[in-house]
Ligand binder design. Structure first.
Ligand SMILES: Nc1ncnc2c1ncn2[C@@H]1O[C@H](COP(=O)(O)OP(=O)(O)OP(=O)(O)O)[C@@H](O)[C@H]1O
Ligand SMILES: [Mg+2]
Length: 382
């Protein structure tokens, strides 16, 4: 089947807006003066269908159970991550236009625009898959497509232990942290598994508690009977209707949360979160991007400063608001681990510093200087 013929059929069907059924494709082919056998017609139908309704040549990659990311950098450069780092696949697009078409169609499915006037999109598809796309010339060389697959089911704690993310016996400590209603942040680099771990931990929250989630894109899927989900919204094309994470945190506080959760703390909402945690909303949690647990206070400082909160004020709130930082790393072989758990303390100058309390080891969490404090915090909850 030649690309040119496929394009002609595509155009014919697009004119009528019809779905590519075998009968319609056969009619379109005949109108182009082509008579093809049944098998070939079905081949055209499958090609067009996957282009129109699915994710085209990426479909089998996205459907594979172990694939977490699918990245397209050129028509003949499609990469996947199956949990062990990036691998190049044999998948090919027909040409650069096919990548662009797919990116635009996925953007449309997400209800967003993607064209020369607005050359990138960051959105969520209806099935939860996160879509990012940039068109040329901003993406030098060609349309770049990045898809992050959301697995509908959260990892259970036992699975995280089996995967080595939580060391043997570490699940007891995590259960104690949740039972004691300690407030914590899960930190780590990009794709280190922060959201996944937070989701799992929220599944340990007592069934009588009400969890209110505030997220940029609804990613957390805690296995819990009482979850309220709030999601931010970008402004529309007229610039109206923007809903920020900060708005959501404020709304969440009026919704009687037992656990206030900020999916990813990445801006001014840090001030509202800290204020909430300081005013009786204990047990709150979230994720934050940081390369090391000890960088978290500085990271929050930087975020707080965007909302005009000065350093001293932030630190005095932080000391009272937050109990723990749970830090994830992704090894070179792709395995994600809880590398460290830190407690927070104030240094003589009154600034918050993190102190390692537990370190990942193959046979269980190893005690570190802050261990005693961690145990006391956990005991407070009984
Ligand atoms: N412990 C784990 N073991 C195996 N796979 C994992 C683990 N944690 C997360 N993953 C997978 O890795 C991918 C990234 O996970 P996740 O979204 O939780 O990371 P993140 O740190 O929140 O990423 P981001 O920086 O984009 O917010 C997901 O597809 C997820 O299914
Ligand atoms: Mg995340």
């Amino acid at each position: 089947m030649s690309g040119a013929l496929l394009e002609l059929v595509r155009r014919r069907l697009a004119e009528t807006g019809a779905e590519p059924t075998p009968a319609r494709v056969a009619v379109a082919l005949r109108a182009e003066g082509k008579l093809l056998g049944d098998a070939e017609v079905l081949g055209v139908v499958a090609a067009l269908r996957s282009e129109m309704v699915g994710s085209g040549p990426l479909e089998p990659l996205l459907a594979a159970p172990d694939v977490t990311d699918v990245l397209v950098t050129a028509p003949d450069e499609v990469w996947v991550d199956r949990g062990g780092g990036l691998e190049r696949t044999a998948v090919r697009f027909r040409d650069a236009a096919a990548v662009r078409r797919l990116a635009q169609r996925l953007a449309a499915v997400a209800g967003r625009r993607l064209d020369d006037a607005r050359p990138w999109v960051d959105a969520r598809l209806p099935d939860g898959t996160r879509l990012h796309a940039v068109l040329p010339p901003v993406a030098v060389g060609g349309t770049c497509l990045s898809l992050r697959v959301l697995r509908p089911r959260a990892f259970g704690l036992a699975e995280l232990v089996a995967a080595g993310t939580v060391p043997p016996g570490g699940d007891r400590l995590l259960r104690a942290v949740l039972a004691a209603r300690l407030s914590f942040l899960v930190s780590g680099g990009t794709g280190s598994g922060k959201t996944t771990l937070l989701s799992t931990l929220l599944g340990l929250v007592g069934p009588a508690e009400r969890i209110v989630l505030a997220e940029d894109s609804a990613e957390l899927r805690p296995d819990h009977p009482h979850v309220v989900r709030l999601e931010t919204r970008p402004a529309n094309q007229e610039g109206a209707g923007l809903v920020t994470l900060r708005d959501l945190v404020r709304q969440a506080l009026r919704m009687r949360p037992d656990r206030l959760v900020v999916g990813e703390v990445r801006g001014a909402e840090v001030t509202d979160l800290l204020a909430a945690l300081n005013t009786g909303h204990e047990g709150g949690c979230g994720t934050v991007h940081a390369n090391a647990a000890c960088d978290v206070p500085a990271r929050l400082e930087a975020l707080g400063s965007t909302a005009g909160l000065d350093r001293a004020a932030l630190h005095s709130q932080l000391a009272a608001a937050l109990s723990l930082v749970i830090h994830l790393v992704r090894d070179r072989d792709g395995r994600r681990r809880i590398a460290q758990i830190h407690v927070l303390e104030r240094d003589p100058a009154g600034f918050v510093v993190t102190v390692p309390a537990a370190r990942w080891a193959p046979d269980g969490f190893r005690e570190a200087p802050g261990w005693g404090r961690l145990m006391r915090l956990c005991e407070r909850g009984g």
